[in-house]
Design a binder for this molecule. Structure first.
Ligand code: WT7
Length: 631
């Protein structure tokens, strides 16, 4: 299968074709995949409903494309290189044949434990081989996987299990991360107290620590594997059957379970992987993201495996055992494409280049970043020190909701420009909107990003809440998808994503809704109300600043701030802990009682001079008080 665009002319041609005749364009691409039954209609959509369907009537199974299809041609090629947390431990090299066998065997374990097509299975695991096997095993039998990042708390885990009424939980005794161990089973036990839909929990041994055992639902992964063989035909799936749910934060209320379906997701994850990274036969590709995020789903597993690539799965962190770990891995495996997040780049750039100079990085051909805007300084540090000014950098913009990369340069094919994601992939039609909700015609402009035509891997709905899906993504502009980001466009049509325009803050690449954090803080018995905003931060890109009103008579001290942080860590996860907590007497409100976050954002970001008119507030006097006591 070759889906690759190999020149600038070919990109322009492909782009034009994708706009003029999208069905023909995607048909030719989809024809290169393995289908059990061909689709009868390429696209049907109506964004007023909203509804989007791709490859209607087509039948397939994504694991046959990722595994079975390669058995003849590359069965003995390494599919996954599993690099453990500690460099002392042995690396695992798993061939396509072995991965196929492991996936089939574990799929049989799932079936033995009651899993059926359409069931939701929650996966709360460290970044180890078994996590990949678990995901693919679900897909094999048509069960819907819902991976929850192993850094989330028990409350966050329970909320996600309950939202999708998952019947099985796959977890591990614990997980290694740097010099820490996450007690995953303990956290899961806590979650299961409030997640009654789980009937079985399959526990993988990783840390061998002591755990409590609940004989009515717990079974050991390794013991179950002894009871099955590795023969498991793939379930036939319709293009539009659900493949997975993946949660992302929203600006209000509970996390949104984005629903991705089989056919369109398969095509787009693979097409984008091959074109953005320009992966060539025999290359070693490494994406350092967590599989708990969409980047890991699409660009550690599905895209690379369907392409027959060799993909690295890294369990650890960039700082352990020291700040050279990433580069040691690049040298060890002669990595050709390396894909990481700006937050990791900024963190590593704080340390001496002696951590890099020790290693031979000459195998690198392409560098990538994803997750948040990359600042100019970090971009150049990456280019100079890691790419040695010879590797194109692809700054890839996309969202959990998109399934795959939307705006980026294609490595070595289209131009890279520092801090710009640059151009849309073929099939993606971005526009900029002005304040009156009209498309800005002028090329060089600034506005709100919107997408005006469907692409195959757009999330089809929010699990269980189609109304919310409509409100969040399709009500800002009629007949356009609204991502929630602002953007600039240069004279050549390159896009630069400037950041969120709603109440979501990207902290160290983690997408955090401020509303759930506020709800968590407000749960504290001594707290009346709170408002959380983002402010620029050297390492994290953005960090959280919480303005918190305690009840009258409550003593305000460091202990209370600590408790507030604890509440957030316990409800959402340590990543959501505010950097700054300022206790205040009141919050600026509009006359209708809505907190004016815009003002708080300016105060938190030290932009006090541009606060604007506060006199229309219900309580303008609180602003002065907040500024005087600013942290
Ligand atoms: C939000 C989506 C896509 C995987 C990781 C994040 C921001 C993402 C970039 C980029 C500027 C970016 C946007 C987007 N974002 N990539 N290259 N340049 N901003 O997925 O958690 O769904 O977050 O991340 O604000 O809307 P996510």
């Amino acid at each position: 299968m070759s889906l690759q665009i190999q020149s600038l002319e070919a990109y322009k041609e492909a782009y034009q074709k994708s706009v003029e005749n999208p069905s023909l364009f995607w048909d030719e691409i989809a024809n290169q995949f393995l289908w059990r039954k061909k689709w009868t209609k390429t696209l049907e959509y109506d964004w007023t409903v909203p509804e989007t369907k791709w490859f209607l009537g087509g039948q397939m199974n994504i694991t046959e494309n990722a595994l079975d299809r390669h058995l003849e041609t590359r069965g003995d090629q390494v599919a996954l290189i599993c690099e453990p947390n500690s460099p002392e431990e042995e690396t695992k090299y798993i061939t396509y044949k072995e991965l196929h066998s492991k996936v089939c065997a574990f799929a049989n374990v799932l079936k033995r434990n009651g899993a059926k097509k359409g069931d939701r299975i929650c996966i709360y695991m460290p970044m180890i081989l078994e996590l990949s096997v678990a995901i693919l095993a679900c897909a094999r039998i048509g069960a819907i996987h819902s991976v929850v990042f192993a850094g989330f708390s028990s409350t966050a885990l329970a909320a996600r299990i309950n939202d999708a009424t998952c019947s099985i939980l796959l977890t591990a005794d614990g997980g290694f991360r740097g010099d820490k161990i996450t007690p995953l089973k303990d956290i899961a036990d806590e979650a299961l107290k409030n997640a009654p839909s789980i009937k079985k929990s399959i526990i993988c041994q990783r840390t061998y620590q002591n755990i409590t055992w609940n004989p009515s639902i717990d079974v050991w992964w390794h013991e179950e594997l002894e009871k099955v063989d590795d023969n498991c035909p793939a379930e036939t799936m319709d293009s539009e059957d659900m493949l997975f749910i993946l949660y992302t934060s929203g600006s209000t209320g509970k996390p949104k379970g984005m629903v991705h379906t089989c056919g369109g997701y398969m095509i787009y994850a693979t097409y984008s992987f091959q074109n953005v990274f320009q992966y060539k036969e025999g290359d070693i590709y490494w994406c350092s993201a967590d599989i708990g995020w969409i980047t890991g789903h699409s660009y550690i597993l599905y895209g690379p495996l369907i392409s027959g690539a060799t993909s690295i799965l890294f369990e650890g962190v960039p700082s352990y055992p020291d700040y050279g770990r990433f580069w040691q891995i690049c040298e060890k495996h002669k990595v050709n494409q390396f894909y990481t997040a700006p937050t990791a780049i900024r963190a590593l750039a704080k340390h001496p280049t002696s951590f890099i100079d020790k290693y031979d990085l000459s195998s690198l051909k392409v560098l990538g970043t994803v997750g948040e805007p990359i600042n100019e300084e970090a971009w150049h540090w990456y280019d100079d020190n890691i790419g040695k000014n010879k590797c194109p950098i692809v700054d890839t913009w996309f969202q959990t909701e998109n399934g795959g990369i939307m705006i980026t340069s294609l490595a070595g094919i289209t131009e890279s420009k520092p801090t710009y994601a640059t151009l849309p992939l073929p099939g993606i039609q971005p526009v900029l909107m002005d304040v009156n909700s009209n498309e800005i015609e002028k090329v060089e402009a600034e506005g709100i990003l919107a997408i005006k035509y469907p692409w195959p891997s757009i999330a089809r709905t929010i699990y269980g809440d189609h109304e919310r899906y409509k409100n969040v993504y399709f009500s800002a502009y009629e007949n356009y998808y609204f991502p929630g980001d602002g953007a600039l466009r240069d004279e050549r049509g390159n896009y630069r994503i400037t950041g969120r325009v709603d109440d979501v803050v990207i902290v160290s690449g983690h997408n955090l809704g401020t509303a759930p954090i506020e709800n968590a803080i407000n749960e504290h018995e001594k707290i009346v109300e709170s408002a959380v905003v983002g402010f620029p931060h050297d390492l994290k890109g953005f960090a959280l600043y919480a303005f918190v009103i305690p009840y009258d008579g409550v003593e305000v001290n460091d202990e209370l701030a600590k408790e507030v942080r604890e509440v957030v860590a316990n409800t959402i996860g340590p990543i959501a802990k505010p950097d700054k907590i300022q206790f205040v007497k009141g919050l600026p409100k509009t006359r209708s009682g809505k907190i004016m976050r815009r003002i708080l954002r300016k105060i938190a970001s030290n932009e006090i001079d541009s606060l604007g008119d506060v006199s229309t507030l219900l309580n303008p006097e609180v602003v002065k008080n907040i500024i005087e006591n600013k942290l």
